[in-house]
Design a binder for this molecule. Sequence first.
Ligand SMILES: O=C1O[C@H](COP(=O)(O)O)[C@@H](O)[C@H](O)[C@H]1O
Length: 237
Amino acid sequence: MPPILNVTTHSFTDCHALADALAERLADRLREGIAERGHALLAVSGGSTPKHLFERLSRQAVDWAKVQVTLVDERWVPETSERSNAAMVKALLLQHAASVAQFVPLYADAPTPEAGLVALRARVASLPLPFDAVVLGMGNDGHTASFFPGGDRLPEALDAHSDVRVLPMRAPGAGEPRITFTLSALLQTRALYLHIEGEAKRQLLADARLGLGEAAHFPVRSVLTQERVPVAVYWCP
Ligand SMILES: O=C1O[C@H](COP(=O)(O)O)[C@@H](O)[C@H](O)[C@H]1O
């Protein structure tokens, strides 16, 4: 991918090498946060891509009792659902050394994200932003966090000057209603990573960066074209 804007790409031979490198980088960030402020705050993505990363990160030597972990977005399903991002974080990341980290979920026991929003906003208001690190993923449709193409609240979610931290989101390709940190909140971070795997996503991201074809309208382009925080792309085939 050509280097444009403030995006750098780190390529790896396979998902294990990528997971090792990104886990070490994230652990460095968390240790720096703890050394400088006494605590650290990490936001991770759900979906299938971060599974190896979570396994590696959970074993990193970090004072995890001083770390808060949250998600960049969540599907509005209880943790008993196999679609729950929280369930995946608990099963793979909050294990081993990281089992003592404090998890801040984005799901509340309410029928819709709108019904749970007041409780959820109070919960995330207590998070001491900026994040030490945010790890985004990307779907094959160019969504990141729950910034979906055609999302009903996409313009609000992508407003880089918004003071809203979380929003509900519904979209044709989203599967179920969502809750997502806004772009404005996610850019309040000391380090921003975009973790993608596979040739199709590499090409999609390259097109989005260059504004080519339909990828010019993919929500992930808002992350790539902002100038507030450098983006480190971690990629493997
Ligand atoms: O639904 C979601 O999908 C994206 C991408 O997931 P992947 O399975 O293609 O890795 C993920 O980044 C997001 O957090 C999640 O809610």
